[in-house]
Design a protein around this ligand. Sequence first.
Ligand SMILES: Cc1ncc(COP(=O)(O)O)c(C=O)c1O
Length: 421
Amino acid sequence: MLKNKKFLKKYVNSELESKKNSSTTLTLSEPVFNHKEIISSIDSIINLNLSQGKKVKTFEKNYSRYIGTKYGIAVNSGSSANLIAIAALIETFNIKKGDEVIIPAATFATVAMPIIQLGLVPVYVDVNKDNLNIDPKKIEKSISKKTKILMIVHTLGLACDMKAINKIVKKHKLILFEDCCEAHGSMFNNKKVGSFGHISAFSFFVAHNMTTGEGGMILTNNSKLDLICRSIREFGRINFNSKNIKSRWFTDDRFKNYDKRYIFQRLGYNMRMTEINASFGIEQLKKLDKFNAIRIKNANYLNDNFKKFNLNNYFNLYVNFPKLEHTYYGFPILIKESCKFSRYQLISFLEENNVQTRPLFAGNLADQPGLRKMPKKIRSKLSNTLILKENLFFIGVHPMISKRTFDRFINLMVNFTNNYK
Ligand SMILES: Cc1ncc(COP(=O)(O)O)c(C=O)c1O
């Protein structure tokens, strides 16, 4: 353990303080951490614990317990979590090339990409305008004999309607994969998202509600999926971590008494998490509930001010959900179709005035340049996806934003809309 912790705490916190953003730029995201993450990381470095080790194990245990699953497999990104999870589902459930995976059309690129990379076909389904999530009513129309997996995304931290989703999963005997990369700690009926499906994936990229810099996690209750994910994470090698030398030797008709650490059982990758990332993860998880509470408070503050200044005449917001159903990875704002201004006009104005904005990720994934010529199925109209693609944007509500910055944003919105009364 580090000896000079007091000195480090003082040094680190004064450095972080001096870097604090004193401007009123409304940033989309800023990681929130203090001496605890740094001291833990330095401790790992000084003790030469760099690659996957004890802290990764602890983080896996703590995170899976927090969400409510038996197993957690830490990886180097949310995209890797999705890729490994799909590969593990293919092997476990004997899914064949050309089988289909239902996904929302309006989401992030690496929801669709691993599906295609592994020889399956994404079926794009429209999203609901009221919660930005895949529309359960439209899922059933898109199911074919080849449909094996339903991959849902809890968009921007807002939980999908799990009652409706579970009903479809049961009725059609589908495998449920929850992409929770934007929804750490979100709940549906008091149960955390990521604990409903056969498998789930999280991202700890810097922009997310808690961060490890880069990082991800796969969760499952299925012991077979757990073992396969662990193997794929590490070159596809056999799962072996016993210290008992006698059990170390592998034997089959081609390898006799061979060191099991060099037996590769399936195709894999190297997507391990480092101890430094896990140092962050362990500390960040302790703060996640507090971070989420601040995001919810900030979202409510914006909602009150939209009402107060009649901005609701122009915009629809995504607020007033039951406790923790929405943890506000971002604060989405939908421009009403009756408005006389375009999203482009509004976000150009905001960006010029130091308000960072984002569209709803890929807009319509099926139309993205890198995906439009790839295998896909679309069995119903993507009408809401197209409306959101043109009219929605989101801003940050993370814990580092001050009331002063939100007030300045509201002021800008009032000034802008006054020109279009
Ligand atoms: C829904 C969704 N899935 C996957 C990812 C990929 O996560 P990462 O950036 O950690 O690779 C993201 C990224 O934010 C995401 O929003």
